[in-house]
Design a protein around this ligand. Structure first.
Ligand SMILES: Nc1ncnc2c1ncn2[C@@H]1O[C@H](COP(=O)(O)OP(=O)(O)O)[C@@H](O)[C@H]1O
Ligand SMILES: [Mg+2]
Length: 323
């Protein structure tokens, strides 16, 4: 199967008052059509910036210094502003953590979804309205007529997020990027939204990139995943392989930190130390300062992603093939 999206060796830096902050340092992964792909890592690892890079929604201070983002073979980084704008929403859509800030408080839900549809598709008002109704029903919003006339504050967080998903899917994109879509919701609602994201493949034939800091969320939702650290892929592979045989010490650390029922709300990280603020300025593996297995070499050389059989790889010298 040929990939829907391929990110190849993506480097990105921010200009800051304290100099260049190298946030992405060679991100590489691919997304297959219709799969749910997890991007996971602690806060500051580069998940959001990676998502925004795909759609080129980056702040002005950010520059992609090298790499490619290929959508069905076309490099999105080489498209003109207007080309990328017409692609946003129609081929790739994105939703964020807090739906209430993405919805406009002064317009009804119906008019907001309708506007999105008419921005991207040449359809009559009537056809747009029908599309709105069908997509709202498909994301499990009950009592569609009432919700169409509602304003955002009249809906619960979970309902608002369903509205955002409906809006994102209204133009039949091939890829939905969901950045911490359930982080602001409580646990039962979270589970419902994750179940919905899981079902979208069948209903809409759309691939999903699910961005989360919570590896527990990935387990129940994703087909494959990439663990990010310091703006690089530490490990990637099928959810099964990674959960059964995590290879990278960072992945193992995240696994030990998966919150169990009753511990919700506690800070997730139990890995000693903190994420580097400028990982691209470091020599060697950016996880080395926190790694219990670090060798001298780890602070001198950057480990490449070593393939470990089909579809599984780890960027750690511990898995380097013996000569
Ligand atoms: N607008 C910005 N200006 C400067 N640095 C930024 C900006 N946005 C993000 N960063 C930095 O880029 C890195 C990756 O951030 P981000 O992608 O938001 O992480 P995550 O989503 O994994 O929590 C962090 O070091 C963060 O501080
Ligand atoms: Mg983020």
């Amino acid at each position: 199967m040929s990939a829907l999206l391929e990110i190849r060796d993506l480097y990105l830096e921010f200009k800051t008052s304290r100099g260049r902050l190298k946030a992405l340092n060679g991100i590489t992964f691919d997304i297959q059509p219709g799969e749910v792909f997890g991007l996971v890592g602690e806060t500051g690892c580069g998940k959001t910036v990676t998502g925004l890079s795909i759609l080129r929604l980056l702040p002005r201070s950010a520059t992609i210094t090298s790499g490619q983002v290929l959508l069905e073979g076309t490099d999105l980084l080489a498209l003109s502003r207007s080309q990328i704008e017409s692609l946003r929403g129609s081929k790739i859509a994105m939703i964020f953590q807090d739906p209430s800030t993405s919805l406009n408080p002064v317009f009804s839900i119906g008019s907001q979804i309708e506007r999105v549809i008419r921005q991207h598709m040449q359809v009559s008002r009537q056809a747009a309205r029908e599309k709105v109704r069908s997509v709202m029903a498909a994301v499990g919003l009950p009592d569609v007529e009432r919700i169409l006339g509602s304003y955002p504050h009249q809906l619960s967080g979970g309902m608002q997020q369903r509205v955002m998903i409906a809006m994102a899917l209204s133009c039949s994109p091939r890829l939905l990027i969901a950045d911490e879509p359930t982080t602001s919701l409580d646990v039962t609602i979270q589970a419902q939204i994750l179940k919905l994201l899981r079902e979208l493949q069948k209903k809409f034939d759309v691939a999903v990139i699910l961005i989360t800091h919570n590896l527990g969320v990935i387990a129940q939702t994703c087909d494959r995943l990439a663990v990010l650290y310091g703006g690089r892929v530490a490990e990637s592979g099928s959810t099964r392989d990674i959960f059964n045989q995590p290879q990278h010490p960072y992945t193992r650390g995240l696994m030990n930190a998966i919150p169990h029922p009753g511990t919700r709300g506690k800070k997730m990280s139990t890995i000693p130390g903190t994420v580097p603020t400028n990982p691209g300025a470091m020599t060697g593996c950016s996880f080395a300062p926190r790694c219990e297995f670090a060798m001298e070499r780890c602070s001198l050389e950057t480990p490449p992603l070593y393939p470990l059989g089909e579809n599984h790889s780890s960027a750690c010298f511990l898995v380097e093939p013996k000569p």
